[in-house]
Design a protein around this ligand. Structure first.
Ligand code: TEU
Length: 577
């Protein structure tokens, strides 16, 4: 349902070419940010009531995870109306007020674009269920596997496993066929091969741009061009194969992205575009972010957030130890690969990943603050656009639930059921969830020490992390030495020093097990970052690093920065020349 272009009087913002290269993006997961009406779920007026906090932090862009009408099977990533706001989050007028409030503070807004799939309650899919409907081909409908009884185990058209466990095909009694869903069965995949589908999506995107937004974060956008619908070879003891293997980086992906760019004027209107691309390679990212191809500004790769899962194993919950050299090596590969063409996004966590300080840092009371600060330093000194996930600027930690009843995330709950059905030990499954579940990122934002951390006057939809008493925005804003102010200073450094945005990246001490060191060079300026990413002291090998004796110390986590010894989780940023 394409409505008239919005008669909204939004405050236009200037979007010079490539503005997003020097920007810092703050991701908001609306369900968990701030609740204004006491129903226990965050909402848009709740966000609008905290805009001065974001302005004080100094971010340039807010990426808003979905607020569209949705049955909330996957917390909004299952959309039933792209051009309306779900009543849980408010109304379109509330969103207009948010856009205006952000723009008045010089902060831009990027909306989440979820067009690999819709909700099964979207009118398009409801129509498509009728085999004679002109919208039948808007989705992927296929008959049962030849010679099989439709609706029975193994009769699915291909042996693909959905990302949320179970078959990736759902049998539809009424139409006697299966439809494809790479995520939950309430998230049927759209058929981008159909030009009508693409046209409807571009019209919807233009409608939002006309409403004043400044860009799109594109959900699993590299899954829109499907390969052949064929079986894969399951791993021993398994009957299905991960669906991304047959759907990521398909043959028409670049064509669709380039067409979208033209039809929505993405480059022409300097809109920020970032494509989430599970299974993307350096090669696909170089092609998609090469300005000459007019596709995307940047992509979210999953390589560095998959290093602590056993490669070739059964996915993200198949845990593996993480080594610092491996992490440094992977990020360096992407730095080098996109040094001359394209552009990197930089992120440690988001609404799908566990909290950075718990995963890559040390969230013990002794080291939490310094490791949260130092992880921020390491990320922001890499070349690319940094993304801060709500609460990362406070050093919020994983919540470590102990029972399945505490979880709300469909991926986690489905994994628990399927793992137990495959005979895995419940303790092992609960341990994997406590380390990797998406719900670790989704516990309510910790605003202050009052009940429910000041997130809601009602009962929170997901339990607040009990450590909110000590870890909260009010306490940190009042403490000049807090993680909050460290992130504020990192963002200011980016504004004040072009070398941080444009400087050539070089990784130093690549094999060091504790120290992450790098330099950035722009003309005669050299920035050097040295960080101890371990909970033990570390000696700085003097001969291996540029001489910083006469350099300006731009930012540090500790006070005695002349010492050749680095305290646990100590980091320093020097400017030479
Ligand atoms: O995530 C895509 C995705 O690959 C993750 O869900 C992945 O399966 C895992 O959780 C991360 O390791 C996007 C959205 O970010 C996610 O919230 C949605 O659930 C998903 O797409 C479907 O829209």
């Amino acid at each position: 349902m394409i409505s008239e272009p919005a008669q909204t009087s939004f405050v236009p913002v200037d979007r010079p070419a490539d503005w997003w290269r020097s920007a810092v993006v703050y991701q908001i997961y609306p369900r968990s940010f701030a609740d204004s009406n006491g129903d226990g779920m965050g909402d848009i007026p709740g966000i609008t009531s905290h805009l001065d906090y974001l302005a004080q932090l100094g971010v340039d862009v807010v990426w808003l995870s979905p607020v569209y009408a949705s049955p909330m099977d996957d917390n909004g990533y299952d959309i039933s109306d792209y051009q309306d706001v779900d009543p849980i989050f408010g109304a379109l007028e509330d969103l207009d007020r948010l856009i205006t409030g952000l723009h008045e503070r010089g902060i831009k807004i990027v909306m989440d674009l979820v067009v690999n799939h819709t909700s099964d309650e979207h009118p398009w899919f409801i129509e498509s269920r009728d085999p004679d409907s002109p919208k039948r081909d808007w989705y992927w409908w296929r008959p049962a596997r030849p010679g099989s009884e439709p609706g029975t185990e193994g009769a699915e058209p291909t042996n693909w496993e959905s990302a949320f466990s179970g078959p990736a095909w759902q049998f539809d009694e009424r139409s006697g066929e299966y439809y494809l869903h790479l995520f939950s069965r309430k998230q049927p995949d759209l058929n981008w091969e159909n030009p009508e589908v693409r046209r409807a999506i571009y019209e919807m995107m233009n409608w939002w741009v006309d409403r004043g937004i400044d860009g799109f974060r594109m959900d699993v956008i590299n899954l829109i061009s499907k390969h052949d619908l064929v079986d894969g070879v399951p791993a021993p003891g398994r009957t299905r194969v991960p669906c991304f293997l047959f759907t990521a980086n398909g043959p028409r992906l670049d064509e669709f992205l380039a067409e979208m760019n033209v039809e929505v004027g993405l480059d022409a209107r300097s809109l920020l575009t970032v494509g989430e691309m599970p299974g993307s390679t350096i090669e696909t990212a170089r092609r998609a972010t090469d300005p000459a191809n007019h596709e995307l500004n940047m992509v979210f790769t999953f390589e560095h957030v998959s290093l602590d899962s056993r490669s070739g194993g059964s996915g993200k919950f198949d845990l593996a130890p993480l080594s610092l050299p491996a992490l440094k090596k992977n990020l360096n590969e992407w730095q080098q690969a996109l040094a001359d063409v394209g552009w990197n996004s930089l992120y440690w966590d988001n609404h799908d990943q566990p909290r950075a300080v718990s995963r890559y840092g040390d969230d013990s009371p002794q080291h939490r603050e310094n490791s949260a600060k130092t992880l921020g330093t390491v990320q922001h000194m890499h070349k690319g656009t940094p993304y801060i996930y709500q609460g990362e600027e406070l050093g919020m930690t994983n919540t470590y639930f102990t029972t399945i009843q505490q979880y709300r995330d469909i991926e986690s709950i489905n994994y628990h059921a399927s793992a137990l059905s495959l005979g895995m030990e419940v303790e092992a499954v609960l341990h994997s969830l406590s380390v990797k579940s998406r719900d670790n990122a989704r516990t309510p934002m910790q605003w202050d020490g009052s009940s429910h951390a000041g997130f809601t006057e009602g009962i929170p939809w997901l339990a607040v992390n009990p450590n909110y008493v000590t870890i909260n925005a009010a306490a940190e804003v009042d403490d000049p030495d807090s993680v909050f102010h460290h992130f504020r200073k990192l963002i200011k450094l980016r504004r004040d020093h072009p070398v941080i945005v444009h400087g050539r990246f070089e990784l130093l001490l690549p094999d060091h097990e504790q120290i992450w060191a790098l330099s950035r060079t722009l003309d005669d300026q050299v920035l050097v970052m040295i960080a101890n990413c371990s909970s033990k002291p570390a000696s700085v090998p003097q001969d291996a690093l540029p001489d910083v004796s006469g350099a300006d110390l731009l930012l540090t986590t500790h006070h005695d920065s002349a010492s050749p010894e680095l305290e646990p989780w100590e980091s320093r940023i020097y400017l030479v020349g």
